[in-house]
Design a binder for this molecule. Sequence first.
Ligand SMILES: Cc1cc2nc3c(=O)[nH]c(=O)nc-3n(C[C@H](O)[C@H](O)[C@H](O)COP(=O)(O)OP(=O)(O)OC[C@H]3O[C@@H](n4cnc5c(N)ncnc54)[C@H](O)[C@@H]3O)c2cc1C
Ligand SMILES: NC(=O)c1ccc[n+]([C@@H]2O[C@H](COP(=O)([O-])OP(=O)(O)OC[C@H]3O[C@@H](n4cnc5c(N)ncnc54)[C@H](O)[C@@H]3O)[C@@H](O)[C@H]2O)c1
Length: 452
Amino acid sequence: MTTYDVDVVVLGLGPGGEYAAQKLAEAGLDVVGVDRDLVGGECPFYGCIPSKMMIRAADALGEARRVDQLAGHAQVEPDWGAVAKRIDKQATNHWRDDSHVERLEAAGVRIVRGQGELVGTGRVRVDEDEYVGARGVVLNVGTSPAQLPIDGLASTPHLTNREVVKLTELPGSMVIIGGGPIGCELAQAFHRFGTDVTVLELADRLLPPEEPESGELLARVFAEEGIRVETGTTIERVDHANDRFRVTTDRGEIEADQLLVAAGRTLNLHGIGLENVGLDPDARSVDTDEWMRAGERLWAVGDITGHGPFTHVSMYQGDVVVRDVLAQGGPPADYRAVSRVTFTDPEVGSVGMSEKAARDAGLDVRVGRADLAESSRGWIHQQGAEGLVKLVADADRGVLVGAASVGPSGGEVLGLLALAVHAEVPLERIASMHFAYPTFHRAIEVAVKQLL
Ligand SMILES: Cc1cc2nc3c(=O)[nH]c(=O)nc-3n(C[C@H](O)[C@H](O)[C@H](O)COP(=O)(O)OP(=O)(O)OC[C@H]3O[C@@H](n4cnc5c(N)ncnc54)[C@H](O)[C@@H]3O)c2cc1C
Ligand SMILES: NC(=O)c1ccc[n+]([C@@H]2O[C@H](COP(=O)([O-])OP(=O)(O)OC[C@H]3O[C@@H](n4cnc5c(N)ncnc54)[C@H](O)[C@@H]3O)[C@@H](O)[C@H]2O)c1
């Protein structure tokens, strides 16, 4: 066994680990980054980027189909090959991580390939080598697709996010288990290309953690587009024969060419030696303090911390770690205004607390609402104008603690609301600002005036 003394070992190079490794190396520290798969993690290869390329293309089709009602006539012939090619070439460079590795190496990071395991404080073993971080270890091991305990499922060749981004042929039909962000985004993308899609969701609505109004609105849009959604569904078993899947639910049977399981994630906490540093591999998350410290000379960032399974959260936390390791100060981690966007059409965005979360927290809650389709811009937009703004205020303090923004540019409109929640802008101050006419974000003015 060879031992290498370094400053920092980053175990797992997802977005936050990659960010921290690069910044710490640029600051002059001796940094080793360990990954067993593609450097960059889930987001660039199997997550955000390829899925958003599918969505970008599908949205172009969706918009083209609105031409007939607005601007004459357009005929579109979807070609999944164009999307598959773009993902293969532009998004993932044929599923090679050279660009990530080159960027890190240029910063001075040494990349080690293999399964890393914590073997003690500040110590990570990869095969026969041991890396000892004098400053410590940053843990960013991320998640894998959850394996559902559904009879028959494990023995079928079903898709997860890992395989679906590599599809080169458009399936004729697809059942999607899970109506969360992955299920909803990909349901609409495949449907717009011509796949016959059914979404099966256990909870009573799509996007269950979001405001009920958001999931219900999306279900209405999906139904109008022809995407079948069954909520409150229990799946009893899955069979695969003659290249067809059969999914048996408490309501009957559905057959399809492909089955995509998008029903949540499992943290990659087993086999990484957490027990060797006094942590529990079966925990629901790795607990940290506000500087992302999870133990002695140990930091954790990303999905494993349980503060929002999003790329921007992982990178934000990576920045907190960098400032802590380098003793640079600045604000510690703060999760009051975590924003998230599901990139369906309409986009479903939200920030901070839902109305329920705010009520559960005992706040004096007031709610303001606006219907985007009824706004001037919604009326002009007409086709695809469904959307809403919902504001959740703490009446005691006169500030927003949460908001939802659903609409054609729901994720962009959310930016204004995220700033308001983050900076605790007084409601009167928001209500007195100029809202350009006729924007979608003018709906915020309607909703905020209900709170004064
Ligand atoms: C289909 C899909 C779409 C998504 N879309 C979005 C989106 O639009 N916006 C958004 O913000 N988020 C999105 N996400 C979520 C986003 O991908 C994750 O939140 C993001 O990747 C952050 O994850 P992470 O930093 O925890 O690490 P991950 O990206 O999960 O990376 C962890 C890394 O650790 C490595 N690793 C694990 N164990 C070991 C070990 N023992 N030894 C060595 N290496 C190890 C893995 O190989 C991997 O490279 C999406 C996810 C999916 C699946
Ligand atoms: N735009 C984005 O930011 C974006 C996009 C895609 C994914 N992601 C992230 O990636 C992660 C994975 O996404 P996801 O959609 O798989 O997870 P998720 O946990 O957010 O949603 C999974 C859904 O599957 C349902 N489900 C679970 N078991 C089921 C069963 N047996 N039958 C039917 N439904 C079942 C759940 O009720 C839930 O609604 C999430 O953390 C998500 O936040 C983010």
